[in-house]
Ligand binder design. Structure first.
Ligand SMILES: Nc1nc2c(ncn2[C@@H]2O[C@H](COP(=O)(O)OP(=O)(O)OP(=O)(O)O)[C@@H](O)[C@H]2O)c(=O)[nH]1
Length: 485
């Protein structure tokens, strides 16, 4: 078996064209340690003929050496690439793999099973359309199964494929499969947004390839699609929101006659003549033009220069628009249609996944980065922390690494608020530690909270450098009237 389709050797142009037009499906594989994720991914690459002959020869040799699969090829070796990982036999980071079938292209986020790597799983899940939740048929549902299902659904993945693996070790028993299915059905009601979930169960052996490419004779009682067909046909839920959102990334002013606002349209469409509102300022105008050429074409300064324009633009286009009126717009603002304006607030309710060794502290200042805005903010309260094993909501006044919680957040200025379940891009944010500049958490907006939130002065925690700079300015530039911190 080698890396090739028939077309590739006959007509490379036609092959590339066909490949270019294929739909992309992103999925994440998750499960507990040793459930068989790496083996399954190796199997998908192998069965979709994505392995080079020399790679195959190398892993055939290594399989004998490492020796966890007897005479069979250890497909996990294809993906457990790192040497240290091979020695320990565990996957330690998120790795992205690619394969394709005749119908679709696939991007797999291979995430580690250990609890301490929840943040890696959250990272992989944030862009995925499908989550394959692996369960070892002998072990049934484990803590990690619940944790991963919860995070996948919290991060907006609507398709869950529950793959009950190692069926060869339980003689392809329908009873084992049905029992695990029943146990899993019992936890669905505890998952966030569970009414939107599409959940499919499939009995497989990643090692032997049963129910992967074709239905296995060993499980005649399973008559649904094999895994590869399921992946090929599962409906990809596109962004739900049709509301036009353009987070402004750059204000482009190549010369006096041109002032354009650039960014990637995250949802919806916009046409020339549409009434728009800029948030949070709430200033209004109309779209004068939508520029289609590359931004660099606008750079030369020339009065009579004309730019190529289009009548309509839509997500996910990167675009530049110009407006009828001269209004003040800067990076971080959001342009929306005046007929479809989201709430604007500086007070939010959000779900947070904490990703840092240093705990989240209430009333401490963090930098919140949402789309193109960078804002100061502080968490005022933890409504509850989720115990993912029992799904209980527990009280907490700080969050440790991998904790998931519902919090309230105050920002030092207003933003346009889209809930995450309506808009995955504008509804999410990352939390950055002001002093170390590292990303310490990820958040998903639940809703805005009525009323303006005041960031109390005493909430702010200043670094030594900030205090010294403030003292320096007050001493040397008294005419600036700089207030003491
Ligand atoms: N019998 C049998 N063994 C399997 C099957 N799938 C995986 N295994 C074995 O289970 C062990 C663990 O498989 P991996 O693919 O490394 O598991 P993983 O989930 O990637 O584990 P981590 O990398 O530690 O997260 C290996 O010895 C595999 O050969 C299967 O369908 N049947």
């Amino acid at each position: 078996m080698a890396h090739q389709g028939d077309l590739i050797s006959k007509d490379i142009e036609a092959y590339l064209k066909e490949h270019e037009n294929k739909e992309i499906l992103r999925f994440i594989t998750c499960g507990s340690v040793d459930d068989g994720k790496s083996t399954l991914i190796g199997r998908l690459l192998y069965d979709s003929k994505m392995i080079f002959e020399d790679q195959l020869a190398a892993i055939e040799k290594d399989s004998k050496k490492v020796g966890t699969t007897g005479d069979k090829i250890d497909l996990a070796l294809l993906v457990d690439g790192l040497a240290s990982e091979r020695e320990q036999g565990i996957t330690i980071d998120v790795a992205y793999r690619f394969f394709s079938t005749d119908k679709r292209k696939f991007i797999i986020a291979d995430t580690p099973g250990h609890e301490q790597y929840t943040r890696n799983m959250a990272t992989g899940a944030s862009t995925a359309d499908v989550a394959i939740i692996l369960i070892d048929a002998r072990a049934g549902i484990l803590t990690q199964t619940k944790r991963h299902s919860y995070i996948a659904s919290l991060l907006g993945i609507k398709n869950l494929i529950v793959a009950i693996n190692k069926m060869d070790l339980v003689d392809f028993s329908q009873e084992v499969f049905e029992n695990i299915k029943r146990d899993y059905n019992d936890i669905i009601s505890f998952l966030p947004h569970n009414k939107d979930l599409n959940i499919q169960f499939i009995p497989i052996s990643a090692l032997d390839g049963d129910n992967i490419l074709t239905n296995s004779e060993k499980s005649p009682w399973y008559t649904q699609k094999p895994l590869m067909q399921l992946l090929d046909t599962i409906e990809i839920h596109k962004q739900e929101s049709n509301s036009f959102r353009l987070p402004v990334q750059y204000v482009i002013r190549p010369h006096l006659n041109f002032r354009g606002f650039s960014g990637t349209i995250t949802s919806g469409t916009i046409s020339v003549g549409d009434e728009i509102t800029v948030l949070p300022s709430r200033k209004t105008s109309k779209v004068k033009s939508i520029v289609s050429n590359d931004i660099k074409d606008l750079r030369p300064i020339g009065k009579d220069e004309t730019v190529e324009t289009i009548q309509k633009a839509f997500a996910p286009m990167a675009t530049t628009i110009t407006l009828e009126d001269e209004i003040d717009i800067s990076r971080g603002d959001m342009i929306v249609k005046s007929t479809d304006i989201p709430k604007v607030s500086n007070h939010l309710s959000a779900m947070v996944v904490w990703m840092d060794e240093t705990p989240l502290k209430l009333n401490q200042n963090y930098v919140i980065k949402r789309a193109t805005s960078v804002i100061n903010g502080a968490f005022n309260s933890i409504e509850f922390k989720k115990n993912i094993n029992t799904f209980d909501e527990i009280d907490a006044d700080e969050l440790a690494l991998n904790d998931i919680a519902k919090v309230t957040l105050s920002l030092d200025r207003e933003i346009a608020v889209d809930p995450y379940h309506e808009n995955r891009y504008t509804g999410s944010f990352i939390i950055i530690d002001k002093y170390t500049n590292s990303t310490v958490g990820a958040g998903m907006i639940v809703s805005s909270i009525e009323g303006f939130a005041h960031l109390e002065e005493e909430q702010k925690v200043y670094s030594q450098a900030e205090v010294e700079l403030n003292a320096f300015i007050r001493k040397n530039y008294p005419e600036w009237n700089c207030k003491a911190i």
